[in-house]
Write a protein that binds this ligand. Structure first.
Ligand SMILES: [Fe+2]
Ligand SMILES: [Fe+2]
Length: 358
């Protein structure tokens, strides 16, 4: 494998994966504008955890019950694990097989934003624990967390293994490994993270740990973009390659199993979180209903037939954190985080600066 091979085909006539490798990184005549838009959006969302004031959280944390502290710290530990995987796996698994420059750049931008999430957890933990290693050192000895790690790494690892077998590059089995991997990532980005998010925002609804909730809001804003990308890929694959129509049918049961496994694991996680007691507004049973609801939504988005209970959002207040609007408090009470840091609004027209002189 070379890092630069001149492609015989123009990038516009290549498929997303398993076609000629990307040669020139050019974005003037791309096949899928959607990935360009996602990259622009993600870059516009650039933020750094240090920009969010979390000093008050330290006091809040000390005043919380042990049960609440367990919920808070366990949740962070789990997010640390999920983002550790997401900060590296898309690059390792998807870059060796990608064929379009706009998708290659999107994958790199996506993984980079996950590294910011990881850095933000260190920032949060440093603020509430005098010795952050108390939290970090124990992550990999927590069975609930390592079980989850195994489940999310499985499909990435399978694809990475197949990527290394050169005679079978782009074979039907290789494509199948990609299909299952993207579905597993879609479940990770679209379901697992949202369970942790809901818990973080539940604290803020009680006016506790608001700095953390603001960081999680920025993370959720990024995760929405990531989720849009995996959903796009899953919708585009069968459109550009007939093999994926067959693979989609053939793997329907396994994909549903992936979703079910995620839902089951998240439900047991809810029990683990609330084992020492609940918090006002959130308990294991409501969180489980939320897990089903969000799984139903994700399945419908990519055409997976499912039996998860849909209906209306059992935690309607999460919407304002995900949506970004509805900030009703005065800025001096709690900092507003709904503005876009580094956001780009492309509304400059040819006559915008008419009559303007220096
Ligand atoms: Fe993330
Ligand atoms: Fe993500």
């Amino acid at each position: 494998m070379s890092v630069f091979t001149v492609s015989k085909k123009p990038s516009k006539s290549r498929n997303m994966f398993f076609d000629d490798p990307v040669d020139i990184a050019r974005y003037d005549d791309v096949r899928y504008q959607q990935f360009e838009k996602l990259t622009d959006k993600q870059l516009g969302f650039f933020w750094r955890p240090e920009e969010v004031d979390i000093l008050r959280d330290s006091k809040d944390f000390k005043n919380m019950s042990e049960a609440e502290q367990h919920i808070f710290t366990s949740n962070l530990k789990r997010q640390i694990l999920l983002d550790s995987v997401q900060g590296r796996a898309p690059n390792l698994a998807l870059l060796p097989i990608v064929s379009l420059p706009e998708l290659e750049t999107w994958i790199e931008t996506w993984a980079f934003s996950e590294t910011i999430h990881s850095r933000s957890y260190t920032h949060i933990i440093r603020n509430i624990y005098a010795d952050p290693s108390i939290v970090f050192d124990k992550i990999t000895s927590n069975k609930e967390i390592t079980d989850c790690a195994e489940s999310i790494s499985k499909y990435y690892d399978n694809l990475i293994d197949r990527n290394r077998i050169s005679p079978g590059f782009g074979s039907y089995e290789h494509k199948k490994a990609l299909w299952l991997c993207i579905n597993a990532v879609n479940a990770l980005e679209g379901i697992r993270f949202y369970v942790s998010f809901a818990c973080s925002w539940a604290f803020a609804e009680l006016k506790k740990m608001e700095g953390n909730a603001k960081i999680i809001k920025l993370i959720a804003r990024d995760e929405n973009v990531h989720l849009a990308s995996t959903t796009h890929i899953l919708r585009l694959l069968p459109k550009e390659d007939k093999d994926f129509i067959k693979i989609k049918e053939e793997c329907a049961d396994e994909v549903l199993e992936i979703m079910k496994e995620v839902v089951d694991q998240e439900k047991s996680w809810a029990d683990y979180l609330f084992r020492d007691g609940s918090m006002i507004g959130l308990n294991a049973s409501v969180l489980k209903t939320y897990i089903e609801w969000i799984a139903a939504k994700r399945c419908t988005a990519v055409g997976i037939k499912h039996n998860f209970a849909g209906g209306s959002n059992p935690l309607p207040w999460t919407q304002k954190w995900i949506g970004g609007g509805e900030v009703q408090v005065a800025p001096q009470e709690t900092e507003i985080s709904s503005y876009i840091i580094g956001g780009v609004k492309k509304d400059v027209g040819s006559d915008t600066f008419k009559g303007f002189s220096l």
